[in-house]
Design a protein around this ligand. Structure first.
Ligand code: FAD
Ligand code: NAP
Length: 338
């Protein structure tokens, strides 16, 4: 396998940040990966596993080895009367896999259409959109243990999925490399259009009895109209998570801001739309030189070209402070910072 030195990562992160990796290698099989992990020159380097680079921000050159995951393959393992069990290589593009599953009549991923990135990163933060998270469609995954080089299997319970969370971002951070995921998809569609703007979009499309393809088309249309396309404007999607606060805290904020957008959460708690907090605090469209906050989506920080990761990180810190000062809420970054 080729190990490249001082490799530009500009094309490998959707924020379009121009930094270099000291070392860079691609793996296409689990054996390739094991070989790279046991390589004498790489063993003691810092490591970064890279999928589509759509959920990270580089604040400096990466002083270590970037291992780019290109493990491909989609295989229908088995069916039962209700489900299809599909094993997918971690390097497969997420959206292409969703489209493939729709073509095959494997239902359940349509609400997750047009999310950038690779299948292997999907369990990392339990990707979610429009009321569906991958934990709802997840059977198990395989990951290589970085210390032992053994392939281990993780069930749904093992993964400790939460809201944009999993064990791989917490206690097992940097300890495993996900190489494949098995999804449990439905033979009979369970159409879920209750979330966000899907119903309005289907009505506009004059569809009364939607198929999974119709739902996917609606989600694609909504996302394309609302979100900046990273191939045109650098971004990593929502920069912050939606905060969950106690009901008492929420009521004290609502007394001052009656229009606040919120949703029920776990008992005694309320989920607040972070996008609303930023918008109401005046951040939407905020621009500094060649970076800022997107004009339509306050949750999305953008690089109009040539910004550094540190500039964007500093902007995110200013936003965190302003939201803390205005509402007493500590925002948490969703994007992984390197
Ligand atoms: P990367 O950015 O390459 O990696 C993310 C993190 O996971 C890094 O820490 C990396 O080291 C680690 N990692 C990656 N692959 C592996 C692996 N195989 N094993 C171990 N660690 C690994 N997210 C949502 O949840 N919902 C959305 O609706 C959504 N919409 C988005 C819209 C836009 C326009 C953009 C730019 C992003 C959006 N995201 C969304 C965020 C992002 O697309 C997802 O988090 C996606 O799963 C990241 O995949 P990736 O392959 O690009 O990961
Ligand atoms: P939206 O539909 O305008 O909704 C704004 C926020 O309100 C969302 O964050 C969503 O929370 C929440 N929400 C909306 N309807 C809800 C309901 N019925 N029940 C509970 N919560 C509800 O959001 P949007 O910005 O256009 O995004 C649409 C979907 O795509 C959302 O699910 C969002 O998470 C996802 N998305 C994620 C990213 C990312 O990078 N992570 C980027 C773009 C879009 P949730 O976020 O908890 O769903």
């Amino acid at each position: 396998m080729r190990i490249e030195k001082e490799k530009s990562l500009h094309a490998y992160n959707t924020f379009g940040i121009d930094v270099n990796a000291k070392l860079f290698a691609v793996f296409r099989t689990v054996n390739d990966l094991k070989e790279l992990l046991s390589d004498e020159t790489l063993r003691h380097e810092n490591r970064l596993i890279l999928g589509g680079g759509s959920n990270l921000l580089f604040t400096s050159d990466f002083d270590g080895v970037v291992l780019k995951n290109e493990v491909y393959g989609i295989e229908l393992l088995r069916n039962d009367p209700e489900h299809y069990y599909v094993k997918v290589g971690a390097g497969e593009n997420w959206h292409q896999f969703v489209l493939h599953s729709i073509d095959q009549g494997w239902a359940g991923l349509e609400n997750l259409s047009l999310i950038p990135g690779c299948v292997g990163a999907s369990p990392m933060q339990n990707i979610g959109a429009y009321g569906v998270e991958i934990k709802d469609r997840f059977e198990q995954l395989e990951a290589v243990n970085i210390n032992t080089l053994e392939v281990e299997t993780f069930t749904k319970d093992d993964c400790e999925f939460g809201y944009r969370e999993s064990i791989f971002k917490q206690s097992l951070k940097d300890k495993y490399i996900i190489t494949s995921v098995i999804f449990r998809l439905f033979r009979s569609p369970q159409i879920n259009t209750a979330y966000g703007a899907i119903e309005d979009k289907l009505e506009e499309m004059r569809i009364t009895e939607p198929t999974i393809k119709n739902v996917s088309d609606a989600v694609i249309a909504i996302r394309s109209s609302k979100l900046p396309d990273p191939s045109e404007i650098g971004n990593s999607g929502s920069f912050f998570k939606n905060p969950v606060v106690t009901n008492e805290h929420f009521e004290s904020i609502r007394a001052k801001h009656p229009n606040i957008v919120s949703y029920p959460s776990e008992p005694g708690h309320t989920k607040v739309a972070a996008g609303w907090l930023l918008d109401n605090a005046g951040w939407k469209g905020y621009t500094e030189e060649n970076y800022g906050v997107h004009k339509d989506q306050a949750l999305v920080l953008v690089n109009y070209g040539g910004a550094t990761g540190s500039q964007i990180y500093e902007l995110s810190s200013k936003i965190v402070k302003s939201i803390q000062d205005k509402y007493g809420i500590q925002l948490e970054r969703e994007v992984n910072i390197f």
